[in-house]
Design a protein. Sequence first.
Length: 150
Amino acid sequence: MTTLKAGDNAPDFSGPNEKNETISLSDFQGKKLVLYFYPKDMTPGCTTQSCNLRDNYDMLLKQGYQVLGVSADAPARHQKFIDKYDLPFSLLADEDHTVLNAYGVWGPKKFMGKEYDGIHRTTFVIDENGIIEEVIGKVKTKDHTAQILG
């Protein structure tokens, strides 16, 4: 797993969103980006985290942030997640783990004594020039926006 830190260039990426439109890091050039990686659509923690960002979306926009979620779910599943919870931002489908690996968030995890590979819930705050400002590794799903805005 790669370990990115504040001051590093954000790895470039390109992939399909919930509408199968290609989204790239370059689409956010000149804007601040909250790039959040989460394990799976429709699960309790991921829903709580995404809804916290949804509920505070206007505040994030006022601070100049765009929001993009990333998981290994397919575009159609992302669309169902967006529709069910009225999410106002796009979700990137990274089924082949290219973006997950580039950001170092795919790797070994433990749950109930079992080891498996999965997505480590991590958020990258990226500045207007594509530089990582902050890496949030211990995400508080119920209060994530407060972590981002510090």
